[in-house]
Ligand binder design. Structure first.
Ligand code: NAD
Length: 487
């Protein structure tokens, strides 16, 4: 039995198993008290609510054996086409599971978490249908075949529990791979429903398996020589371990890691709109997004006004329980995450950042759940940890700049390179910034990336791309064939 299972927790219910062979541990073993288990806490109350059985070596072996046997079975694009409908039919189940697991406000879970996943799957299907067939003709008349790598290990975080799964499964499925998903232990509910959706979409046995488990489960999976590619989304520290494990087996790793993305506000932007959108882009999902615009860099001329506007805007954002309808921010996922956010706030204060909204401690009136106060710091300098480190909570850092060159240098500091946001009406500056920001994605004046455009970063934010044709090709190998005689 796992150390995390305290005597009190032994009375907790086991998270419901959706049934079926697509989830391991298998239904028959799910309630077995001999399995290691993890206590899940309710983000809204901080209280234990259920236990999660954890897959170990035996389940990893079973999943890989089944997946290897399933490579090449089924019609991937037909399954993908049916999958979106299957997810939409379970929209409310997904929204409730996500809301309960990670504290996402129920309306946000419905409208953003579920819709984003369906949009990604539709875009992946469109990309798969649009591109030339699996075989292309290269210079010299050679044939180039794009072939599935084989068995894909998909390891996901808790912050967008369906979206991250959909991005990986869409690409891997369209590529022709068999898939083993190890979702975050903090948000397994959505993955269990997803397994049912894959079955409803006609996935043959073994083509898609969910391994319920924790970091140890993920470690066993990623290091197994029966895996042909590891696609990981999560923290930079774990990403480094996964890259080492995949490297030891000489298989590719695709890493979507953390971020500390900068939002650059120039003198010719619509300042009130840019600040409003910028604060929202930092606070949305309670700051628990890898591409959160968590640093706002503002031209000196507009700086004082921008700080005042951001402080006023932050005061508009209320925390609230996940089941309360309407727009608000939900609790953070766990005590560990809450403590981490509090530590960042304390360090920023100790290092001399100027607090203009929120601050340490719990948001008032919400009891014992993991509710921080939406917080804004001004005068944050590169000498401070808040400038460089990912908080993963609703904490915005504002910094002034004097020249465009300084803005670019500040944005590129720190080693992360996921996204860059630019607010300027000058088309020439837009292009200069797009070229000079060392990131995987640049967004100008709040215009979102289209679904199917590549998602991913550089540097400490990882490598590889998800979504659209890039997300499909990531799961394929390229075979060059020369000398074929005409049929
Ligand atoms: P995490 O790295 O702790 O865990 C992610 C997943 O890896 C979980 O499923 C976990 O069980 C598993 N894991 C943990 N240790 C492992 C190991 N040694 N080997 C294999 N698997 C292991 O991350 P998290 O706390 O769940 O998520 C938050 C992080 O994810 C943040 O840093 C955030 O920026 C990042 N993130 C990045 C993106 C992106 O696309 N770039 C998207 C969402 C989240």
């Amino acid at each position: 039995m796992d150390d995390t299972l305290t005597p009190d927790a032994a009375a907790l219910p086991v998270l419901p198993h959706p049934g079926g062979d697509a989830v391991l541990p298998a239904p028959a073993a799910w309630d077995d008290p001999a399995l290691p288990r993890l206590v899940l806490e309710d983000p809204a109350t901080g209280l234990p609510r259920a236990v999660l059985p954890l897959a170990r070596g035996a389940e990893v072996e079973t999943a890989i054996r089944r997946a290897r046997a399933a490579i090449g079975t089924g019609d991937p694009l037909a399954i993908l086409a049916r999958l979106t409908g299957a997810i939409e039919a379970r929209r409310e189940d997904f929204a409730r599971a996500i809301s309960q697991d990670m504290g996402s406000p129920i309306d946000f879970a419905r409208s953003k978490q579920v819709d984003a996943a369906c949009d990604h799957l539709r875009a992946t299907l469109a990309a798969a249908r649009d591109v030339p067939a699996a075989t292309e003709i290269a210079p010299g008349g050679h044939e180039v075949a794009h072939e599935p790598l084989g068995v894909a290990a998909l390891i996901t975080p808790w912050n967008w529990p369906l979206n991250q799964v959909a991005l990986k499964v869409g690409g891997a499925l369209a590529a022709g791979c068999a898939m083993i998903l190890k979702p975050s232990e903090r948000s397994t509910g959505a993955a269990l429903i997803f397994a049912e959706c894959m079955a409803a979409a006609g996935a043959p046995p073994g083509l898609f398996t969910v391994l319920a488990g924790d970091g140890e489960t993920g470690r066993l999976l990623a290091a197994h020589p029966g895996i042909d590619i590891v696609s990981f989304t999560g923290s930079t520290a774990v990403g480094q371990r996964i890259a080492a494990a995949a490297g030891a087996n000489l298989v590719p790793a695709l890493l979507e890691l953390g971020g500390k993305s900068a939002n650059l506000l120039f003198g010719d932007c619509d300042l009130p709109l840019a600040v409003k959108q910028g604060v929202a882009h930092c606070f949305r999902n309670s700051g628990q997004s890898c591409n959160a615009a968590s640093r706002m860099l503002v031209t000196r001329d507009l700086y004082d006004r921008a700080v005042r506007l951001a402080a006023a805007e932050a005061a508009e954002w209320q925390m609230g329980p996940p089941d309360r309808p309407g727009p608000h921010l939900g609790p953070l996922v766990s005590q560990a995450q809450y403590d981490r956010v509090q530590a960042h706030i304390a360090t920023a204060l100790a290092e001399g950042a100027r607090l203009v909204a929120g601050g340490p401690g719990r948001a008032p009136g919400l009891g014992a759940g993991w509710y921080p106060r939406p917080t804004v710091f001004a005068d944050v300098t590169p000498a401070m940890r808040l400038f460089h480190e990912e908080v993963f909570g609703p904490v915005l850092a504002i910094t002034p700049f004097d020249t465009e060159a300084e803005a670019v240098a500040l944005a590129n500091e720190g080693g992360y390179g996921l996204a860059g946001y630019v607010q300027t009406a000058d088309p020439a500056r837009q292009r200069r910034l797009a070229a000079r920001l060392r990131v995987g994605m640049v967004q100008i004046n709040g215009r979102s990336r289209a679904e199917g455009a590549p998602f991913g970063g550089v540097g400490r934010s990882g490598y590889g791309r998800e979504a659209g044709i890039w997300g499909i090709r990531a799961f394929q190998s390229v075979k060059s064939v020369s000398g074929l005689d005409p049929l």
